[in-house]
Design a protein around this ligand. Structure first.
Ligand SMILES: [Ca+2]
Ligand SMILES: [Ca+2]
Ligand SMILES: [Ca+2]
Length: 450
């Protein structure tokens, strides 16, 4: 046992004694901000999709963050339209996604432990694959003969992979904008979606039913405006639907959240975002508006630090100025700093990874940092600084011990600051465990901070 470890154990004992004596720990209250130094990595064009993926499932490897879009390098590493990030470095997935006029990954999901990519392409890793492909961790594979048009949305429903987009055939069957893959073959879902230029842009599972959003006015031959529900045998409308395209869907706290270009649901004003709780649509405050485009939209939604996060193309949320990203705390909308900006400032994808909110799109800046297509928002406290006073010192020790020994879920701030070595768990969250002790001690006693 080395001296540092002995000093550490002594310190833990002191902390224990002090705690028993009734000393107060000052619980960390993080401010949140954009990460500095996001000039690297860069993507050349746009980032369209993100998902966490654990390559070995329950095995010891942590989850990685997989990003897709239209690019040929990620963090300076050659990567065709798809790449993965482990919190520190970028890697390609084999030879990536290629072929067609403008190869692009639009959507990612996980099915039976494998990563599924959908978009505009004709080959994956050198193998012929039309607009959809599967990565098993080692190699790319087609899913039958794929689709005859763009794949824009993916989800898993009743243990089958569901794909939506602009196609009219899937494998060798007719399938209008939506199809299901049972692991062996493609099948249609009723007669699919209809309407001029119909497309499915978003999919979700809500109350065991499949929900599809997009640009369409019928589903299964019945009227369904921009959103519809598949109950396993037939398509149904959701109320009166919306008055324009739905491009984002997410289930949050037993409610279905829809985002898109719409401004109303069933006569109720709901600007670009609305909530469905089984019987009717509700707006989220005043929603989103813009002074820079006639056609603002919400393109993706997620949950971070207990708030609903919406990203897209807008300049205000509620009565606050919010550039292309905003958070809803249940009462009102709030900006995330000064948001993101650029010639093509929109946000297209959101993810939570390593205790941070990851934002992807076509923007070039987040605050003053040059940050093409990629930015991170998280606790404004260094790893190890559990009380967020901008110093890593003995005052952080009791909080670190509390975090390490806690049987309760840690807050975003606690988990981020206690994960001193910056590694991830199998869900892509910060891993707070004994392997953080030595780096914490090195930081407190040796000044060797991450
Ligand atoms: Ca794993
Ligand atoms: Ca501190
Ligand atoms: Ca850790």
């Amino acid at each position: 046992m080395n001296r540092i470890r002995i000093r550490w154990m002594i310190r833990v004992c002191i902390v224990g004694v002090v705690s028993i004596a009734g000393a107060q720990s000052v619980v960390a209250q993080c401010a949140f901000d954009w990460r500095p130094g996001d000039g690297e990595p860069t993507f050349e064009y746009t980032l369209s999709a993100m998902t966490t993926w654990d390559p070995d499932g329950p095995g010891p490897l942590p989850a990685t963050l997989v990003v897709g879009g239209a690019f040929s390098t990620a963090g300076g590493v050659p990567a065709e339209a798809i790449a993965c990030w482990d919190g520190a470095t970028w890697q390609p997935l084999g030879a990536g996604i290629n072929g067609g006029l403008n190869p692009r990954v639009y959507v990612l999901t996980v099915f039976n432990g494998d990563l599924i990519a959908g978009g505009d392409f004709t080959s994956a890793g050198g193998v012929s694959a039309n607009n959809i492909a599967r990565w098993d961790g080692m190699a790319w594979h087609p899913l039958g003969t794929g689709m005859n048009g763009r794949v824009r949305a993916l989800t898993v429903h009743n243990n089958e992979l569901i794909a939506g987009g602009q196609f009219t055939t899937a494998g060798d069957v007719a399938a209008s904008r939506i199809a299901r893959w049972d692991g062996m073959a493609w099948h249609s879902l009723g007669s699919g979606m209809g309407g001029s230029g119909a497309s499915v842009f978003a999919l979700a599972v809500y109350n065991a039913d499949l929900i599809a959003g997009g640009l369409f006015t019928t589903a299964g031959g019945v009227s369904a405006y921009y959103i519809a529900r598949w109950d396993g045998t037939a398509w149904n409308p959701l109320g009166m639907g919306t008055n324009n395209s739905v491009i984002a869907l997410a289930v949050v706290d037993d409610a279905l959240i829809a985002g898109g270009y719409f401004t109303a649901t069933c006569g109720v004003e709901a600007r670009r975002i609305a909530r469905w709780e089984g019987t009717g649509w509700q707006p989220l405050g005043m929603g989103m508006s813009s002074t820079s485009t006639q056609f603002p939209y919400v393109a993706d939604v997620t949950v971070y630090n207990g708030d609903l996060i919406a990203g897209g193309y807008f300049t205000s949320a509620g009565d606050e100025i919010a550039n292309n990203i905003a958070r809803w705390d249940g009462m009102g909308w709030h900006p995330l700093g000064t948001g993101v900006a650029g010639n093509y400032p929109w946000v297209t994808a959101l993810a939570v990874y390593g205790g941070e909110l990851i934002v992807g799109g076509a923007f070039t800046t987040a605050v003053d940092n040059v940050s093409p297509c990629w930015a991170r928002w998280g606790p404004d406290c260094a790893r190890g600084d559990l009380n967020c006073d901008q110093l890593v010192d003995s005052a952080d020790v009791p909080l670190f011990v509390d975090a390490l020994l806690s049987t309760q879920p840690l807050t975003v701030c606690e988990a981020y600051t206690a994960n001193v070595n910056g590694d991830m768990d199998c869900a892509g969250g910060p891993r707070v465990d004994a392997s953080d002790i030595q780096p914490f001690v090195d930081c407190v006693l040796g000044g060797l901070c991450p």
